[in-house]
Design a protein around this ligand. Structure first.
Ligand code: FAD
Length: 351
């Protein structure tokens, strides 16, 4: 596991959600600058990068969906050393989040949560959980029974049980955990925005940030792999010459370089869309996540191939990258879900 003190120090220095505005104690980085930092972290350790993505996603959700009072109450905690995670997924609601069943019931000045979230990154470390669920309120707004809410739940609230996911394939120190919610009672002021919204709007808001962050993290994976593969191919000799002089190995290096450059360019484009408030932002983000995750998964496999036995041990950077990158093709919209969204865009429908 990661040293929690290190995570708190990073958080208190504003690095775990560096795009939070200075008014709330953040560093106020642009998406492009935040992305460059995320890629750097991702080139070193995808578990730390995953924690950073979760913290950023929680902060972004509070910033976008919360009232000014809620931003002032919660964001300085996230830029002050408290750790956070965001939970949508459930056993029956993975790719299809419309199947979510977690209930948030209004009860006087409080809301009561019942349900079960799974695979929530960083939940093992988190002090605050941003959790999504169906809202039941007699006075519900226009969304009525179809409405949903995001609620900030302190992880030590009675009724919250956090259980670590055993032996994840990759990002093994990212603190993935399942969260059981049994009559969890928090003040109604913890419901972001105070009333229900359409579920797709809620989850898309949080996921958009997560996709951008994961995409940049994948650029980092590719950079780490490229450096390791290039160094090895330049120094290890077989058949009397460095590996890189064998054309089939050189091709691996060229492909890895192309993968890193392509991922970098799509991420830069998407981040500029965020920073310019471009209407292309949504599709550019899905494209960046899809291209970068696929490139990282293939690129990390290529790097293992170049290093062969030298990279075939569990703790080696390229071995870790191989395991970590595969998971990037599953989260924040799997390959297939991204392809469906891109196809819908091509067909002229909203992503
Ligand atoms: P399923 O939805 O069962 O899908 C299985 C396969 O079928 C996938 O390949 C999928 O792409 C494909 N598929 C599904 N529907 C379609 C379709 N309509 N068309 C084509 N193909 C389809 N959740 C959180 O809430 N918070 C987190 O922080 C978080 N972190 C995670 C970290 C990791 C490492 C992992 C592995 C998961 C994490 N998750 C998190 C859960 C993650 O969001 C889900 O795993 C993801 O949405 C996929 O859901 P699923 O695993 O249930 O797969």
């Amino acid at each position: 596991m990661l040293p929690v003190g290190l995570l708190r120090d990073l958080g208190a220095a504003g690095w775990l959600c560096a795009q939070v505005p200075a008014a709330y104690g953040g560093r106020g980085l642009t998406s492009a600058a935040g992305g460059a930092f995320t890629a750097h972290v991702g080139s070193l350790c995808s578990s730390v990068r995953s924690v950073l993505t979760s913290q950023g996603m929680a902060a972004w959700t509070i910033e976008r969906l919360g009232t000014e009072e809620q931003r002032t109450a919660f964001l300085p905690r996230l830029t002050g050393g408290a750790l956070a995670a965001a939970g949508f997924s459930e056993r029956g609601a993975g790719s299809d989040l419309s199947a979510m069943t977690t209930q948030v019931r209004r009860d006087g000045d409080a809301v009561v949560l019942d349900g079960h979230k799974v695979w929530v990154t960083a939940a093992h470390y988190a002090d605050l959980l941003v959790l999504f669920g169906r809202y039941e309120d007699d006075d519900a707004g226009a969304e009525g029974a179809d409405g949903a809410v995001a609620v900030v739940v302190p992880a030590d609230t009675p009724g919250v049980r956090v259980t670590r996911v055993a032996d994840p394939l990759g990002c093994r120190a990212a603190g993935h955990a399942d969260i059981a919610l049994d009559a969890v009672r928090v003040p109604a002021t913890h419901v972001l925005g105070g009333s229900s919204l359409p579920l797709p709007l809620l989850v898309t808001t949080a996921l958009a940030y997560g996709r951008m962050s994961v995409a940049w993290g994948c650029v980092g994976i590719l950079r780490g792999c490229l450096t390791a593969a290039a160094r090895h191919a330049a120094t290890r000799e077989q058949f009397g010459v460095p590996l890189g002089e064998h054309q089939l190995v050189a091709r691996h290096l060229a492909e890895l370089f192309a993968a890193e450059q392509t991922a970098t360019r799509v991420c830069e484009h998407a981040s500029h869309c965020w920073d310019d408030g471009s209407p292309e932002q949504v599709v550019a983000t899905v494209l960046a996540k899809h291209v970068s995750a696929g490139n990282a998964a293939r690129g990390a496999a290529t790097a293992v191939q170049v290093l062969a036995s030298a990279g075939a041990q569990d703790g080696h950077l390229v071995a870790r990258a191989h395991r970590d990158a595969k998971l990037m093709e599953i989260i924040e919209g799997s390959n297939e879900m991204c392809q469906l969204m891109l196809a819908r865009h091509v067909l002229g429908n909203t992503v």
